[in-house]
Design a protein around this ligand. Structure first.
Ligand code: NAD
Length: 433
């Protein structure tokens, strides 16, 4: 099939490359000229495991091309994916300006029947809005489909190639059939393709993220209570995870969720429920808990050093909102580092992938270490903020030798408290005595 993908961010680029991999001809469009130039020079603007090879192979086979002009891509395509950003608006709602702008331009570029797919995460009722916008611009027939994306950054390629399920919101059979055929190579192992109405598909995406965020905030509050009682939230986690009704995924306590999806999607769901005069109290709390949880390591620093961090150097391991990505959108590292700087402390940070992104946020305000060990040189405390694999089993004797004071606050509970204390550190984690 001939496809156009509008927006070559974390989602659009993965979607485009994976559809090219199954033999489709894909034109990816982005209005960001620098991004397209980079992609046409064989470089990948983001860090995502496996993506570079996929893009290289499919470009070489001429199944994947990158352009800045939307009309040429749409004219050549049978199916057009809208994968542009839907950032949080000022009132917490999903800002649809990029989606609707893309829809308008698609409408103007129509030259025959096409399926227009909302791949971006969009609130209930958006498919109808996209349909209206396109209808104003063209007399050609078209279908609008909602096809939410469930991939996880850091495992995006694998998630797309082997999805748990594919959700297709389609209000007509022709579009549903085209979308089912397009996805069938990815579901041969039996993952279901679920066809439903567009609004249910739109809400499914928010429901998935809202549920996952709820589990995280729930476990973070559980950790805070465990800490008060000197209990161990890891034991509590195991005890409940073995209950098949609960399961083990997404039950780890830490310093809160970040990224481009959970924070904005939780708030957008609250907002679009409110638009229908429904107050989604659980999700309001999920969001509030998460904001407070991001500050837990600052509380631990304050307990250790007092309100001022003047003269103190704090080493930070991990800047990205989660491992295996360079994305720092809504990352807990941001308020934590700002808090340290506001208290007069210095920061030496290391992240295996997010240094470039961090430089755009913090500039010369912090020091960017070249390795985990470089970060701890002369540090008064070490904060583990992102659970990259390479932080899991460091040479603790070396870390201790390099630090000014052996103080380690583990925001992701990746170490065993006994092991770290035996290594001679003052150690605190989240919800564990
Ligand atoms: N990042 C994720 O893990 C993830 C997962 C599932 C769903 N989503 C959703 O997918 C959507 C895209 O997310 P992302 O992380 O890829 O965003 P992103 O910000 O990384 O990328 C969006 C891209 O769209 C481009 N763009 C915007 N308007 C355009 C236009 N009119 N024409 C051409 N290009 C345009 C931008 O230049 C940018 O490169 C969002 O709605 C997001 O919520 C994201």
């Amino acid at each position: 099939m001939k496809l156009a993908v509008i927006g070559t961010g974390y989602v659009g680029l993965v979607v485009g490359a994976c559809f090219a991999e199954t033999g489709n001809e894909v034109i990816c469009v982005d209005r960001d000229k620098a991004k397209i130039r980079l992609l046409n020079n064989g470089k990948i603007p983001i860090y995502e495991p496996g993506l570079e090879e996929l893009v290289r192979r499919n470009r070489a086979e001429k199944r994947l091309t990158f352009v800045t002009g939307l009309p040429e891509a749409v004219k050549a395509a049978d199916v057009v994916f809208i994968a542009v950003g839907t950032p949080m608006g000022e009132d917490g709602s999903a800002d649809l300006q990029h989606v609707l702008a893309a829809a308008r331009e698609i409408g103007r570029s129509m030259n025959g029947y096409k399926v227009i797919v909302d791949k971006s995460t969009v609130p209930a009722g958006t498919a109808a809005k996209v349909r209206d916008v396109i209808k104003k611009e063209t007399r050609h027939p078209f279908s609008v489909v909602s096809n939410p994306e469930f991939l996880k950054q850091g495992a995006a390629v694998e998630d797309f190639l082997k999805p748990d399920r594919v959700v297709i919101g389609a209000d007509d059979d022709r579009a549903a059939k085209i979308m089912t055929d397009l996805h069938s190579p990815f579901t041969r192992t039996g993952a279901p393709i679920m066809v439903m109405d567009t609004t249910s598909a739109e809400i499914s995406k928010y429901a998935a993220n809202a549920m996952l965020a709820t589990r995280i905030s729930f476990m973070n509050e559980m950790a805070n209570v465990c800490e008060k009682f000197g209990a161990d939230v890891d034991q509590v986690r195991k005890a409940i995870a073995s209950d098949r009704r609960i399961g083990s995924a997404f039950l780890f306590s830490g310093i809160g969720y970040g990224g481009s999806c959970f924070p904005k999607d939780v708030q957008a769901m609250v907002k679009f429920a409110a638009d229908k005069k429904y107050r989604f109290r659980v999700l309001e709390a999920v969001e509030q808990v998460n904001e407070l949880q991001k500050l837990r390591l600052l509380e631990k620093l304050e307990k250790q050093f007092g309100k001022s961090l003047k003269g103190k150097t704090i080493a930070v391991w991990g800047l990205a909102f989660k491992p295996r990505t360079d994305d720092m959108r809504e990352a807990p590292a941001i308020p934590i580092i700002k808090g340290i700087l506001a208290r007069g402390g210095k920061v030496r940070a290391f992240d295996p992938a997010a240094k470039g992104v961090a430089k755009r946020i913090f500039g010369a305000k912090i020091t960017y270490a070249t390795s985990a060990y470089d970060a701890v040189k002369g540090a008064d405390a070490l904060l583990v903020i992102t659970e990259w694999n390479e932080f899991r089993e460091p040479d603790f004797a070396r870390v201790k030798r390099l630090m000014k004071q052996p103080i380690l606050f583990d925001g992701r509970n990746i170490y065993s408290p006994r092991q770290i204390r035996d290594a001679g550190f003052i150690y605190a984690s989240i919800g564990r005595a």
